[in-house]
Design a protein around this ligand. Structure first.
Ligand code: B12
Length: 214
């Protein structure tokens, strides 16, 4: 029953029907389905079916934007923003780096972390490494998070750790995620951890913060 309900969510998302997708997501929540499953089996599944529409040969911007809007609406429903961060929780700075305009995965990650009570400073997409490092310093970040969906952005990701070290911030952990980055190792990307999903990243950060406070 849940599977066919999840299919309905995937279909409404793929139709860019954001009111329909919202209604399906609310129905799934009411039936007790965890937000984590709705993201991975619903939202991510819908977006991966868009793969072939995002190639240079057949690029349908309007269609993809409509689906993106529906995905964002469901993400906002699952992880409403504005929840006050718990006292004493860590601060993370997150961005999609310069040259990459994909931000849906970054936004989901931000919302998952806010939902856990962390403070998240979001620098948006197409963000120069220098801005990211400035923000890490200004906000006294406990970790820096980068999202990357296109392969050319890997060169930017590799610059983050040296740029932090230059400011004496070499101790700050760098976590990467997103379709283009999760195909590489932490070593190849010059980061501390490569997350498979937003939830995997959140678990890594939970563990990191837990150890720091021991
Ligand atoms: C939607 C989309 C777009 C939208 C983006 C809208 C938006 N606001 O983000 C638009 C239409 C703008 C777009 C544009 C382009 N796109 Co596009 N796009 C996609 C598509 C279909 C889905 C991406 C997506 O949002 N996935 C859903 C999210 C939720 O998944 P996710 O990002 O992986 O995030 C999850 C986890 O990875 C994790 N996560 C993500 N980031 C982070 C960060 C951290 C720290 C952590 C812990 C976790 C984490 O959290 C999420 C939940 O678990 C993909 C295909 C695909 N299957 O990935 C192509 C894809 C990424 N695009 C691609 C391309 C080529 C382009 C264009 C160059 C196309 C063109 N001809 O111009 C342009 C890029 C322009 C640029 N300079 O960036 C290629 C990239 C190939 C490559 N490896 O380089 C892909 C793979 C399509 C393909 N098969 O060719 N695209």
């Amino acid at each position: 029953m849940i599977n066919s309900e999840m299919n309905k969510l995937v279909e409404t998302l793929l139709q860019g029907d954001h009111a329909g997708a919202l209604a399906e997501a609310k129905r799934l929540r009411a039936a007790g389905v965890a937000p984590e499953r709705i993201v991975t089996e619903g939202m991510e599944a819908a977006m991966s079916r868009l793969d072939d529409k995002c190639t240079v040969e057949s690029f349908n911007l309007l269609e993809i934007m409509l689906v993106g809007r529906a995905v964002s609406a469901v993400a906002n429903e699952l992880y409403p923003e504005g929840m006050p961060p718990e006292q004493g929780r860590a601060t993370f700075v997150i961005a999609t780096l310069e040259g990459d305009v994909h931000d849906l995965g970054k936004n989901i990650t931000r919302m998952v972390l806010i939902g856990k009570g962390y403070r998240v400073v979001d620098l948006g997409k197409d963000c120069p490494v220098e801005n990211l490092v400035n923000a890490a310093q200004r906000e006294q970040a406990d970790a820096v998070l980068v999202s990357g969906l296109i392969s050319p952005v890997i060169a930017q990701v590799r610059k983050v750790r040296p740029a932090l070290a230059e400011r004496g911030l070499g101790g700050i952990k760098v976590v990467a995620g997103g379709a283009a980055l999760k195909q590489s190792s932490a070593e190849a990307l010059n980061v501390d951890y490569v997350a498979e999903t937003a939830f995997d990243g959140a678990r890594y950060l939970d563990e990191l913060m837990r150890r720091r406070h021991e």
